[in-house]
Structures are given as structure tokens and as C-alpha cells.
Design a protein around this ligand. Structure first.
Ligand code: NAP
Length: 308
């Protein structure tokens, strides 16, 4: 079978750190081009300044991986899907829920695959955590996602703009795991969003959700964390405590701790290849819905300005 010719669009941090190595390591794909307005691309691979140019002039592609900020992703995805090109959407899949719905419908009509990728769901501990929790009674859940924005997002102006999600840019990864491993759906009851007075997006959030059986789920997000960083989900059950730490890569069960090699992006590309080969899409918007609900339902507090 011929490899899927793919272009990486948006040559920023995640494209270089994860997408290019994952594509290079997967024989189902061949890197046909890179696209980015201010980047030089990589040796030996055609580079274009815009997706429009790529689709007009070639080289021919079967698929694109959109690694841009979310605010520009809808227009790019629409352009690709309209030409029957399969689309991999980095997380979050869009800047609004309605635009993601519109893309899903467009993919269906075009007969192209649309993949809303949630990389944290492919972290090593997540599938075993989901299996372990499937027949447990959950009594409480605590999500603590505290990191230093200056370390992880230096110079990313878009992340503070409307549609950039602020602290929910990492926080949505926690929600992508929680919506995948917890046995019941959950929704927001109350919360507080803290927004620096000079920014459009929150720097911290304190949220309380509950699931459909009334189980409490708390979420503590903070971008001002210096020193040790936390990306932890702790689930109390009738059979003891499950803890996923380091963003889902380390799983601790009452029987012990498991830590496996990082395969998140290899897993995402294997899934994307399967979707394309079988003519399907995979667009789960549940993590983005919970973020949208936080913007709808939580109180606002203005906090001190944030300067890099
Ligand atoms: P980033 O470093 O700011 O890179 C984004 C790139 O998109 C920029 O380099 C920019 O290219 C390019 N771009 C902007 N508009 C474009 C357009 N219209 N066409 C083509 N390229 C365009 O951001 P990032 O950290 O890689 O994050 C990108 C997305 O991946 C975000 O949604 C983020 O949530 C997600 N993500 C990030 C990480 C992470 O660890 N950073 C992890 C997982 C997922 P130019 O520089 O050429 O203008």
C-alpha cells in the first residue's frame, strides 16, 4: 500500500518536537511538504508559506496535520476538506464547538477523514487506567494541573488571545483524559476563572464538576507554578486509589506503579492512518465542551497583570 502523503502545517513547537519524528517513524506516512508563513522548513522537503499555495501548486498531498494555533484552524481545515484531503487537528480541535461541528459535516460530505487528536489519551497509563476503572465504583476525583507558563509557552501570544484558551490549553489535556477514563459523563457545577488584567484568557481556574451519579470531581489549574510541576489525576474508588501522574504517563494502582515509554504521537498517527484506510472520522468534542462550559458558568476574578 502506498504511504499517505502528508503535509505538516504550522511549523512551531509541537510540529517539530512531535509530529515530524512521529511521521518519520511511521511507514504508513511520507512527509510530502511543510507549510508555515515564517519558517524555512526542513532539508529535502518542499516548504510553502501557505496551505493555499500548497493546494494550488503542489506537491500533491492526501492529508494534512494542522499544528497551528486553534484560532486559524477552521479555515485551514475547511480548505483541505473541500479538496477531499484528510485532516488531523491538533488539540483543541477548534476555537469554538460550532466550527468543529461544521468541519465534521464537511468531512462527511467530502468523504474525507477528520481526526480530532487528543494526544494525552495516548499516554501510556491512560488505557490501563480506563480498563481498571470500568468496573469500579468511583467516589471522588481530583485533577491538579499546575505548570509554569513561562517554561512551557514562552512567546506564544496566541495562547492569551480569545480562542487561545489560556490555562485551559494544558487543562484540556487533563479533561481529555478524564472524559476517557471515568465511567460516567460529568459536567460543571461551579468554578472561578482568574484572568490577568492585561490578558484575555485565564491564568488559573478552580472548578467543581459532578458526574451523573453525583460524584464530585475537582480541578485545580494554575499557570503560575514554579518548582515541581503537577499533571496529576487521582481517582478514589471502592477498590482503592488510582493515580495518573506526569500527564498520564505514570499509572499507580493499589498493586503498584507502571511507567512506560512515551508513545503518544506514534499512537495518534497509527490511529489517523487507520481512520484514513477505513474511511472514518473521529471527532470527540467532550473535552472542549467542558472548557466552553467553564467559560459559560464560572465566576471571573481579575488578578495581577502577567508579563513574560
Ligand atoms: P507554536 O509554537 O506557536 O506554533 C504554531 C505555529 O503555527 C507557528 O510556528 C506559526 O508559524 C504557525 N501558523 C500560524 N498561523 C498559520 C497559518 N495560517 N498557516 C500555517 N501556519 C501557521 O504553537 P505550538 O506550541 O506548536 O502549539 C500549536 C498547537 O498544538 C496548539 O493548539 C497547542 O495547543 C497544540 N499542542 C501544543 C503542545 C506543546 O507542547 N507545545 C503539545 C500538544 C499540543 P510561523 O512561525 O511560520 O508564523
Amino acid at each position: 500500500m502506498d504511504p499517505i502523503r502528508i503535509a505538516v502545517v504550522g511549523m512551531g513547537k509541537i510540529a517539530r518536537d512531535q509530529h515530524l519524528p512521529a511521521i518519520a517513524g511511521d511507514t504508513a506516512f511520507s512527509l510530502a511538504a511543510t507549510v508555515s508563513p515564517h519558517d524555512k522548513g526542513i532539508d529535502g522537503v518542499p516548504h510553502l508559506e501557505s496551505l493555499e499555495d500548497l493546494l494550488a501548486k503542489g506537491p500533491a498531498v492526501d492529508a494534512v496535520a494542522l499544528c497551528t494555533p486553534p484560532q486559524v484552524r477552521y479555515d485551514l481545515a475547511k480548505m483541505a476538506l473541500t479538496r477531499g484531503v484528510h485532516v488531523f487537528l491538533e488539540k483543541p480541535p477548534g476555537a469554538t464547538l460550532s466550527e468543529v461541528d461544521a468541519l465534521t459535516e464537511r468531512a462527511r460530505r467530502a468523504g474525507a477523514s477528520l481526526f480530532a487528536a487528543w494526544h494525552s489519551r495516548f499516554a501510556a497509563g491512560v488505557a490501563p487506567a480506563r480498563a481498571w476503572l470500568a468496573d469500579r465504583h468511583v467516589t471522588s476525583v481530583a485533577i491538579v494541573w499546575r505548570e509554569d507558563v513561562r517554561v512551557w509557552h514562552p512567546g506564544q501570544a496566541w495562547i492569551w488571545e480569545p480562542g487561545g484558551l489560556g490555562v485551559f490549553d494544558p487543562g484540556i489535556n487533563a479533561l481529555s483524559i478524564a472524559t476517557h477514563i471515568l465511567p460516567r459523563p460529568f459536567f460543571l457545577r461551579r468554578g472561578v476563572l482568574q484572568r490577568p488584567e492585561n490578558r484575555s484568557a485565564p491564568i488559573a481556574a478552580d472548578l467543581v464538576f459532578c458526574d451523573t451519579a453525583g460524584t464530585k470531581i475537582t480541578m485545580d489549574l494554575d499557570w503560575r507554578q514554579t518548582g515541581p510541576q503537577s499533571w496529576d489525576i487521582t481517582v478514589e474508588t471502592d477498590a482503592g486509589t488510582l493515580k495518573l501522574s506526569r500527564g498520564g504517563s505514570v499509572l499507580t494502582l493499589p498493586s503498584g506503579t507502571e511507567h512506560s515509554e512515551d508513545r503518544e504521537y506514534a499512537g495518534l498517527y497509527a490511529r489517523f492512518a487507520t481512520l484514513i484506510r477505513t474511511g472514518r472520522s473521529d471527532v470527540d468534542t467532550s473535552p472542549l465542551k467542558l472548557v466552553a462550559d467553564a467559560f459559560l458558568r464560572a465566576k471571573r476574578e481579575i488578578v495581577e497583570p502577567f508579563n513574560e
